[in-house]
Design a protein around this ligand. Structure first.
Ligand code: NIG
Ligand code: FE
Length: 421
């Protein structure tokens, strides 16, 4: 691949010599270079700086792209999605408009069970093609790294089918992809009255194969009233941790039932959702002071489009940041609670409805998102040696214009590993 030099960048955003996980007030610090150039070699960021410092020789030996007026950001790092699914659920969307709640729909066999039924009727190839289209869709919207969960299989065969689809996506896509096993998404109907039996299946039938075939990087559990208890969450996570899978958990979406204490005890990499938080839980998530003896170094991953879509209270991002927590933003792209993987809208919503500053939101959706899937050494900031996964904006007046003009498509081009997609 020829070396490329991008010139006259109005602002090069999130430029870091070295990156680290951002907590609390650090989230508002977004380093930028005005009027910048950027050199890419073999798909990797090789050099950057101010236009006035660019060497003339460099200019002549590289393929030059002039982007006057445009901003360049690291591509979004979407650390929580469920993009392998078989069909949409807009009928439930209408049911909700008519008055049913998410929990009521789930109790009637809708929700996750509805998606599991649809998934069982689709082959691995069909699921791959559907997920591939979604991957293409979100990459055009600026996503360059993504975590994908299983959880609509709910049987040995179904869960392995989903994870194999994710493995194939990893092999074929140029995006950075991480895989999470979410067999404990809900109890399948056959185990409705036999929770122990299903947990046994997860631990003794699914996990050993997943480990053997290296099908997952993380373990997830939906810890929620009517789904999995904190004790069940702990049992499943401890078994998965034996195989090296770190927990990334769904907690406190609808109810506060002890998922956060369990997650902190398990040293979860991230605790996700967090629509329903008590002041004590906010303190625990901020290590300030710890709810338990354990210090917790993980992230709080907020999914504002899920709260928006289900008409739940927005996550208390402001309180979390102000008390020192590390926040990541993700789309939760799935057919039930967030049928959108548009990270631009996630960023806008976090500013509009959760009062995150544009700088905080961009950091949370890039570098902290990268930490939430442990790909911080390859993506998430403009750093020499990281992949050239970049968003080229259309000409815009300022960075704050991105979340402000929430309904406009402000992306001109997206580059993944040095290639425009
Ligand atoms: O993250 N809450 C649990 N799981 C998904 C929704 C799954 C579904 O409704 O299909 C979520 O919101
Ligand atoms: Fe989710």
């Amino acid at each position: 691949m020829p070396s490329q030099i991008i010139t006259n960048i109005k602002q090069l955003v999130n430029v870091r010599k070295q990156s680290h996980l951002l907590r609390g007030a650090e989230l508002a610090e977004l380093p930028v270079i005005d009027n910048a150039y950027l050199i890419i070699e073999d798909g990797i960021i090789a050099e950057y700086g101010k236009m006035q410092d660019m060497q003339h020789a460099t200019h002549n030996t590289h393929h030059t792209i002039d982007v006057s007026g445009q901003f360049i950001l690291p591509a979004w790092c979407d650390s929580h999605t469920h993009i392998v699914f078989a069909g949409s659920r807009e009928n439930e969307f209408v049911n909700k408009i008519e008055g049913l709640s998410y929990a009521e729909i789930a109790a009637k066999g809708g929700g996750i069970l509805n998606s599991a039924k649809k998934l069982s009727e689709n082959s691995e190839d069909e699921l791959f093609n559907l997920a591939w289209k979604r991957l293409e869709e979100v990459s055009k919207l600026g996503t360059g790294a993504i975590e994908i969960k299983s959880g609509y299989g709910l049987s040995v065969e179904g869960e392995l089918k989903m994870l194999r689809v994710i493995k194939k996506l990893k092999e074929k896509s140029s995006l950075s992809i991480k895989s999470t096993f979410l067999g404990a998404h809900t109890y399948p109907l056959t185990f409705k009255e036999n929770h122990e039996g299903y947990i046994d299946l997860i631990i003794n039938e699914m996990l050993p194969v997943i480990a053997k075939e290296k099908l997952a990087d993380y373990i997830d559990v939906f810890c929620e009233t009517g789904f999995f208890t904190p004790e069940e969450t702990e049992t499943i996570c401890r078994a998965a941790m034996q195989y090296g899978l770190k927990p990334k958990l769904h907690v406190n979406q609808l109810n506060s039932i002890g998922g956060i204490e369990a997650g902190i005890k398990l040293k979860a990499l991230s605790l996700d959702h967090l629509e329903t938080l008590s002041p004590a839980e906010i303190n625990a998530l901020s290590n300030n002071p710890p709810l338990l003896e354990d210090e917790w170094k993980g992230l709080c991953t907020l999914l504002p489009t899920a709260a928006f879509f289900l008409r739940l209270p927005m996550q208390p991002a402001r309180q979390l940041i102000d008390s020192g927590a590390a926040i990541a933003l993700a789309s939760d792209y799935n057919p039930g609670s967030s049928p959108s993987g548009n990270m631009n809208f996630v960023v806008a919503l976090s500013c509009i409805q959760m009062k995150m500053l544009p700088e905080e939101a961009i950091n949370a959706a890039t570098i902290n998102g990268a930490y939430a899937m442990e790909v911080d050494n390859e993506v998430g900031s403009i750093t020499v040696g990281k992949k050239a996964n970049l968003i080229f904006t259309k000409p815009i007046p300022s960075l704050a214009y991105i979340p402000y003009a929430f309904g406009s498509n402000l992306i001109d081009k997206v580059m993944i590993s040095g290639e425009f997609i």
